[in-house]
Design a protein. Structure first.
Ligand code: SF4
Ligand code: SF4
Length: 265
């Protein structure tokens, strides 16, 4: 009997000792998980687009709790920043809502076509061939590289020209990085007018290549009551900080280079 009881007592005793050691270790070496990570993750939109600079919402949530800025998610916008500032107990760092805008109106019917392009549907590839098929080497190449880059379905390409639905645009800037012509710019969503032309040639050449090019005549500059327009490199540029959306410039533009946009707040 004793020969049976001894091993049983020994195993039970060892089990008790190891159990105590493990419970002590689990308390002593516990890795505390900051419960704010789950709250931040729940607040983030879950788009996993990477526009914040992190590899997804999970990583960004962890980074925020470890000190990253709370205003790097363009998808959530100012409302998200307000929520995150509550969770993190920091000052609201929301900035102005920005949207991407294509500064070109040169669709195939507005420009001259230099050659028929039948290469791969990629703007960089098309642009590497004499600047692309459009007579305006500053304008949209129209192969839709920006459209492919947009995770929010905000871009369509029609008739050789990219257009952005600003109600869907989050201002993440992915399209900007893809455009070989650098014609997509971020502007405040409250901006109602833009000179939608990026041509830097002298007026006569610009107009010869595109019916809606800015010819740098300066009529808008003289007309703007807020002195918000200047001519830079043979094209007009509207300073969105000064512009009050009165629309006087669009009335005097002889080529239609200034475009009107729906103001989004
Ligand atoms: S806006 Fe730029 S990226 Fe988009 S289609 Fe035009 S050239 Fe290509
Ligand atoms: S009036 Fe039109 S064409 Fe003339 S500078 Fe202004 S935007 Fe360009």
């Amino acid at each position: 009997m004793e020969t049976v009881l001894f091993p049983v007592a020994l195993v039970s005793g060892l089990g008790l000792i190891f159990g105590l050691i493990l419970s002590y270790a689990s308390v002593k070496f516990e890795v505390k998980v900051d419960d704010r990570i789950a709250k931040v993750r729940e607040a983030l939109p879950g788009a996993n687009c990477g526009a914040c600079g992190f590899s997804g919402c999970d990583n960004y949530a962890e980074a925020i709790v470890n000190g990253a800025e709370i205003n790097r998610c363009p998808v959530g916008g100012p409302e998200l920043v307000a929520k995150l500032s509550d969770i993190m107990g920091v000052e609201n760092q929301a900035g102005e809502k920005m949207v991407a805008r294509v500064m070109c109106q040169g669709s195939w019917d507005k420009v001259n076509i230099k050659f028929d392009y039948d290469g791969i549907m990629d703007c960089r590839s098309a642009a590497s061939m004499s600047g692309g098929p459009s007579s305006c080497v500053y304008g949209c190449v129209g192969m839709g590289s920006c459209k492919k880059a947009c995770a929010f379905g905000a871009i369509t390409v029609e008739n050789g020209l990219a257009r952005i639905d600003e109600t869907k645009c989050t201002g993440c800037g992915k399209c900007i990085a893809e455009c070989p012509k650098l014609i997509i710019k971020l502007v405040p969503a409250r901006s109602g007018y833009s000179v939608a032309c990026s041509n830097e040639e002298k007026g006569a050449v610009a107009r010869k290549n595109c019916k809606v090019a800015c010819i740098a005549c300066g009529k808008c500059v003289k007309t703007c009551p807020k002195e918000a327009i200047t001519i830079v490199n043979f094209k007009a540029v509207i300073d969105t900080a000064k512009c009050e959306n009165c629309g006087e410039c669009i009335k005097v533009c002889p080529t239609g280079a200034i475009a009107k946009y729906t103001v989004l707040m």
